[in-house]
Design a protein around this ligand. Structure first.
Ligand SMILES: [Cu+2]
Length: 276
């Protein structure tokens, strides 16, 4: 069982293991590698599922949470393979914590180097496929994205991160659709907060290349699980047999993280005591 922990509470040795596994994964060029996994979400595959306002009849409408759970599950599996260690897990970042509201992105993610090496949690070097044409992206955004680049962030001020109260009112929503929409909104805000005007996290085609993407989605998946743990909260049955394409998993198969082989540290405390 892999226990996903808060990045700020990760013991030094586990942070080193995580960095080594991630560096290893980033050097793998086949479909178990970092580039391939990131490319499922944005360039070149664009398979990610996000909510589309006004399309309630569409069965994809609220697959945002289960789809990203399946995505993170496979990412974590390949990360463990790359690190030859099944206890490696993706950490989460509690942006509501006091430390985050003062310093913003945790140092483990924002330091550009560690022990004289590049920090793989800080940035990833992307080489876009030749078929990509960045002309209209650059024209529309005013950014100067090149075909080869290091991912970067343009974080906003830490005081603008969502608060504990916002998260608590989100978790107290009873309807799955309301919760899914609310958590997706907060998720969008964090993408924009991290990426700013030209940072990779602000744009779906590039976001998953930034290593913070996985930590961000782990945070969102944890909120999803905390909501599921509250009595009476369930996903609509209509979603259960939906296949989370391209992963050969249905919604039913990702409902319980224990069955996927992971859990979140100190979740019981959280369930009884609110968000720390
Ligand atoms: Cu996202």
């Amino acid at each position: 069982m892999a226990i996903r922990k808060s990045i700020r509470n990760l013991p030094e040795i586990e942070l080193t293991d995580l960095r080594n596994a991630l560096s290893q994964m980033m050097s793998i060029t086949d479909n178990r590698g970092y580039e391939y996994m990131a490319g499922i979400h944005g360039i070149p595959q664009f398979r990610c599922k996000h909510g589309e306002a006004g399309s309630i009849a569409d069965p994809n409408f609220r697959l945002f949470l289960p789809w990203h759970r399946a995505f993170l599950y496979w990412f974590e599996k390949y990360l463990q393979d790359a690190g030859h260690n099944t206890s490696i897990s993706v950490p989460w970042w509690d942006w509501t914590s006091e430390a985050s509201r003062i310093e913003g992105i945790p140092k483990a993610l924002s330091d550009s180097t560690f022990n004289g090496n590049n920090n793989p949690l800080f940035s990833y070097h992307v080489k876009l496929p030749k078929s990509v044409d960045l002309t209209s992206f650059n024209e529309q955004t005013g950014c100067r994205k090149a075909m080869e680049f290091d991912t970067h962030r343009e974080p906003d001020s830490p005081g603008l991160l969502p608060t504990k109260e916002e998260v608590e009112s989100l978790l107290s929503l009873r309807d799955y659709g309301d919760f899914s929409d609310g958590v997706e909104d907060i998720h969008n805000r964090i993408h924009g907060w991290i990426g700013g005007r030209c940072g990779d996290m602000s744009y779906v085609p590039f976001s998953a290349f930034d290593p913070i993407f996985w930590i961000h989605h782990c945070t969102i998946d944890r909120l999803f699980w905390l909501w599921q743990l509250r009595p009476g909260n369930n996903l609509p049955l209509i979603l259960y047999d939906e296949v989370l394409d391209p992963f050969s998993l249905t919604v039913r198969q990702v409902i319980n993280p224990y069955e996927l082989g992971y859990d979140y540290a100190s979740q019981q405390v959280l369930v009884n005591g609110g968000i720390p």
